[in-house]
Design a protein around this ligand. Structure first.
Ligand SMILES: [Zn+2]
Length: 432
């Protein structure tokens, strides 16, 4: 199947910035982009879609989330992170069945697809079980089973979570023509022992898999780690080999300048999650410093229990204005830089070299935003309009690997009504 998207404005990534090609053509052959240009292609296409008034951009990549947590949306609001996590979230999570996790993940995928996300990086329970839901949805995901271990005598290779991580990799890495990738994960410094971190890092290294962690989210975490080990969380993870391969760290709110230099030198991507950090009162990560110092920064929503949605368009808007206000400098984090975080840098984090930008040869992971809206008129600067004015609900087309997942409000791969019904029922049983 060859499909041509005609007359849309196209955001093209070149020379370290996005620029807008007005009234362009984007050709798709199967799962890949085979043409991009201002002139009509000579080749014939089976279908031509008129994209007049639409802005085409790369599918957004959510760099850090916990999709199964959507059933816990709104739970424990207005509590600090330690009370929210240990007293509210963990007890409910203990009662989640595999079916609950699948329903939560499907609910999350509905929301992400409808707001322009084509790929996400998940950290949650039973990822092997929920991987089937990812395949059915048509989305892409980097999945992992986070390690937690509080017993210093626990042997890594007999630990159930380690065995789950290894089984996940063996069964699912590369599934769905590469749509699913599996990474390794340590939940956080404060929920894991040195022995386990070292072992997980070694196993990830052996397989060339990524390492997904929470890092320096709160001031208390940073302080307690220094008191316990004489090292910051970044230094502690590094000393245990966690950053030896592709690694990415959510939050980074309390990183020191030395931590930032360490992460940059190790090539670790920091996943900025501004909305979750604000809601939990964790603080504001110094993203302008990270960017100017050469760190790779991606964008994530975190889970729906601390955000409380998975709308990356909203996250882009917040990331773009938050730092201008905090630093009293409107020149910081341009729309191009923020879109880069949600696309190009997200692809790098996921270890994917064929997505994150619209160009010939890349996978056809494409989003269209309908700019024919009052709040997007006049559309003088489409990139600025996208980041500062557009809403997630302005997305009118979401495509991954050339397959349309969502178009004009209709979900083509997931059963919206069945998922919402099951989600309400599961939440009632869990939280009722
Ligand atoms: Zn998280």
């Amino acid at each position: 199947m060859k499909r041509l998207l005609a007359h849309g404005d196209i955001l093209v990534w070149e020379n370290d910035a996005f620029t807008c090609l007005k009234n362009g053509y984007l050709g798709i052959d199967g799962d890949r982009i085979d043409y991009l240009g201002a002139d009509k292609p000579r080749a014939a296409y089976d279908e031509v879609k008129d994209m007049t008034g639409k802005l085409l951009l790369p599918g957004l990549i959510n760099g850090h989330t916990h999709t199964g947590m959507s059933l816990l949306r709104g739970l424990g609001s207005d509590l600090p992170l330690d009370k929210w996590l240990f007293d509210t979230v963990f007890p409910v999570e203990d009662r989640l069945t595999d079916e609950d996790l699948r329903i939560g993940m499907e609910l999350s995928m509905l929301e992400m697809i409808a707001s322009g996300t084509t790929s996400f990086t998940d950290m949650y329970m039973a990822p092997g079980y929920t991987a089937r839901a990812v395949l059915a949805s048509g989305m892409k995901a980097n999945l992992c089973r986070p390690m937690q271990s509080f017993d210093p005598d626990e042997a890594p290779m007999t630990c159930a979570r380690m065995r789950e991580m290894l089984a996940l990799y063996d069964e699912w890495n590369g599934a769905g023509d590469g749509r699913i990738k599996t990474d390794f994960s340590i939940h956080a410094e404060y929920t894991c022992t040195e022995k386990m971190v070292r072992a997980a890092a070694e196993e990830a290294q052996k397989r060339g898999a990524g390492m997904h962690i929470h890092l320096s989210e709160t001031e208390g975490e940073q302080r307690a780690c220094v008191e316990k080990y004489g090292l910051t969380p970044a230094q502690w993870f590094d000393s245990l080999g966690a950053f030896a391969g592709r690694a990415y760290a959510a939050h980074g709110v309390w990183l020191t300048p030395e931590d930032r230099a360490l992460l940059r030198d190790r090539g670790v991507t920091v996943v900025h999650c501004p909305e979750s950090n604000l809601k939990l009162g964790s603080g504001v990560a110094d993203v302008p410093a990270m960017v100017s110092e050469g760190l790779s920064v991606a964008l994530g929503t975190d889970g729906a229990a601390s955000n409380n949605n998975l709308n990356l368009m909203e996250e882009m808007h917040l990331a773009s204005i938050l730092h201008k206000g905090v630093r009293r400098d409107p020149t910081l984090l341009s729309p191009s830089r923020v879109l880069q975080m949600a696309t190009v840098n997200g692809a790098r984090l996921q270890g994917r070299t064929d997505t994150g930008a619209l160009c010939v040869g890349n996978k056809a992971d494409i989003v269209a935003v309908d700019m024919d809206r009052p709040h997007l008129t006049p559309n003088i600067d489409p990139l600025s309009n996208l980041v500062y004015s557009a809403q997630g609900a302005d997305v009118c087309l979401t495509m991954a690997d050339g397959r349309i997942l969502y178009e004009n409000g209709a979900f083509l791969t997931l059963d919206r009504d069945r998922i919402l019904f099951e989600a309400r029922k599961a939440a009632q049983r869990l939280l009722g």
